[in-house]
Design a protein around this ligand. Sequence first.
Ligand code: NI
Length: 189
Amino acid sequence: MLKTKDILDEKDKRLRLISKEVQFPLTKKDQELIDTMIQYLHDSQINELSEKYDLRPGMGMSAIQLGVAKRYFVVVNELTDPETEDDQKEFETYVLVNPKIISNSMEQIYVTEGEGCLSVNRPVDGIVPRYARVTMEGYDRDGNKIQVRAREELAICFQHELDHLNGILFTDHIDPKNPFKGKDQMRGI
Ligand code: NI
């Protein structure tokens, strides 16, 4: 079982690698890693389990965050309200292999409370401009070509994870001298 301490911290240089395209079929190891990532993200959003196993809540994770420089990430998106009882929660899981953005909105948004990352264990002030809507193309874990459309928080999550595959952390998007630059041109969510 994956523990929070197993996730690479921002100081780890491996997070700066450009991850490599994946060939199909996926190896057994990659399949297992994907299952491990899904399990972590799911459990981390279940209050009882996140407390019991001391999991930091997160909705997305890229392979490089576990030291594997391959182009895939997992997103577990809660469909129900976050206040919902543990046993009533519903989730949608996305596995994207070799993903790319094929279209995006002109409109930009940002997370008002600040973006977070399982690899960044400190509060970071500032806004990260993201497209409000994106369409991504990639492959599922079985090698089938897929297209996924996302908006709002889910769209931000996809863009954040795609950045990881290119060695980029959300903190890179923030100008330390002017962390709220451009705020008036975008919508906070
Ligand atoms: Ni992250």
